[in-house]
Ligand binder design. Sequence first.
Ligand SMILES: [Zn+2]
Length: 263
Amino acid sequence: MRIGAHVDSTDPLAEAAARSADTVQFFLSDPQGWKAPKPREDAERLRAAEVDLYVHAPYVINVATLNNRIRIPSRKLLLGHATAAAAIGAKGLIVHGGHVNAGDDLAVGFDNWRKTFAYAADSGGFGVPVLIENTAGGDNACARRLDALARLWDAIGDHEVGFCLDTCHAYAGGEELLGLVDRVKAITGRIDLVHANNSKGAFNSGQDRHDNLGGGTIDPELVVAVIRAAGAPVVVETPGGVAGQAADIDFLREQLGAESPAA
Ligand SMILES: [Zn+2]
């Protein structure tokens, strides 16, 4: 059972060691910006590391939108991140499901996702597993609730596409955690990564506000049950820096009977 955290990108391996994590996730560029990631000088060290690496794509990416001025650069930025993630030996690139604007047809959003995978295939493929993550908010989201997720997978399921399940986003997005893994797997067939977060926002609040596992509005045992059912690696995206995240990782290892990596 691999368990880790979302960390600062400057020295991810040092961040992993500070938390006794065997998995880390980080950004390769400003998550709020449109700049393509630069090649990393530590690429060789990262590729050789025992620590499993995941890259989170910038939040600005929205490949579903009908707005050309967002969608086209989003595709490019996603592909650029996939190439950069492959260069460091990442296990996956996580990207949010995206949304269409109010009044726009969600069906077009799903088709835009299909075109994104077709575009990538034409460009030689992503080169790294792309894991689409469920999101917490909005009325026109592609991956907030499972009815939308099912339509998304109808559009892209023939491509090699993975899924990242965020417990905060699911709960705040209005999906009960009890039995959720089975309902998701019935659609996607797989869960590649769990983002284990508690939620400051209430059930179905639509708020994307992560909390430490022992805080927040979700019974932590439900988060543990999701992880157990998913059988996938875990990344906490929780506050509190090294101490806060190390406590969350320790809690999960204890609950799941997982071992710490050898020091
Ligand atoms: Zn997440």
